[in-house]
Ligand binder design. Sequence first.
Ligand SMILES: Cc1cc2nc3c(=O)[nH]c(=O)nc-3n(C[C@H](O)[C@H](O)[C@H](O)COP(=O)(O)OP(=O)(O)OC[C@H]3O[C@@H](n4cnc5c(N)ncnc54)[C@H](O)[C@@H]3O)c2cc1C
Length: 401
Amino acid sequence: MHELIEHVDICIIGGSIAGNYLSYLLSNKDLKITVIEEHGEIGRPFQCAGIVSKKLSHLIGLPTSIVLNRVKIARLFSPAGNHVRLSGDEEPYIIDRIALDKLFYEKNLKNPRITYHLKEKFKRFSYLMETNQERILITTSKRKIIAKMLVGCDGPLSSVAKQLGVQNKILFASQIRINGHFNQNEASMYFNPKWKELFGYVVPEGNNVFRIGVASTSKPLQKLKIFLKTINVEFEKKIDQQGGIIPYGVMKKVAFDNILLLGDSACQVKATTGGGIIMLLTAARHAAFCIYTCMQFNDFSKSMIKNYYEKPCLATIGKQLKLHFMIRTILENFNKKDFQVFFQILKVKKIEDQISFYGDMDFPREIIFQLLKNKTFIRFILRFLLKNPLIFLKLIKTILY
Ligand SMILES: Cc1cc2nc3c(=O)[nH]c(=O)nc-3n(C[C@H](O)[C@H](O)[C@H](O)COP(=O)(O)OP(=O)(O)OC[C@H]3O[C@@H](n4cnc5c(N)ncnc54)[C@H](O)[C@@H]3O)c2cc1C
């Protein structure tokens, strides 16, 4: 190994959306930034259904070339085939995910203070003292880097998080792209106890191409094939196939001495849908402000990072992520009959209209609030929790966490 030693302000592990966007947010702060990415091309391998709420265009300047399609209707299917139809003014984007990852990377390349090392793998970090200041020594497959701060944007299986003792629970996803006969304006979610930790999905990419997948704790490809049969799609006719990992749970510790975690490495992902993009873009803004503040005060302590990053994250996305996890905990434990009754209530009590009106793909607090005004819905949930006291305890534990 060639022993190169680089001195930087910030070392970011992972050159996907979290790492690239954070570097971009910091690009006007005159900081020396290095991004380590193990793959040779940014954005690949492609591992995303690419459905993102319209908040995306509020968070970033979204070039139209990245938007492949928009969805007007979401259809939720019960295991028995009943469905509810949700519409509203949300109209999420279906994006070209590779282009989104490349968008900030290409902007960053123009900044001589930001360096990317591709095909290079983060191995480990340790602390060291340099002129009486605590610094981080990062070892990659090709060099050593001394940084004031290290940011783990290295995804669901984050090596940075692992060394910090933080480990995410994960789901395995399997997806195909295929020419199909579904509605181009609709995204569909198929609930089934067989892939209870998420759902089967059909997302219209545009031009009659659909992204179809499932996520589960085990055997995702086998389950995808079962799912495809139920919706009359032939696996063999796929254009291509993707796999991927989705972290699952609530946001855990994200602040450490000289280190913070961002994106999938921090489990900033909605447990209801597996969507992480809006959450991590929101968290990246807190991270950028925190890093800038640490630099100004020359203070990279855990308490500083907690105050300027972890707490703002908890107050914004953290609470919502807990709610997503609580909803998921309930859905995951529904049996076929529970789903049947649940879908009936949604239909008969016109709750689908309420969800359409108040629903927010990312922030479910308002819709929960509205649903809790509905007596039939409350009776159903209470009966379910009485039958399943362990789930009730899990919900309480999540609230208190
Ligand atoms: C099948 C699937 C469908 C999804 N669909 C949606 C969706 O529709 N909407 C949505 O919002 N979200 C979706 N997500 C989630 C979304 O893709 C993630 O939340 C998002 O990619 C997280 O970005 P990230 O930058 O934190 O991590 P990642 O995108 O996982 O990137 C981590 C980066 O770190 C690099 N890396 C990892 N380890 C190392 C190492 N040791 N050294 C160097 N580099 C390393 C990796 O190569 C990678 O480039 C989906 C995920 C999957 C798997």
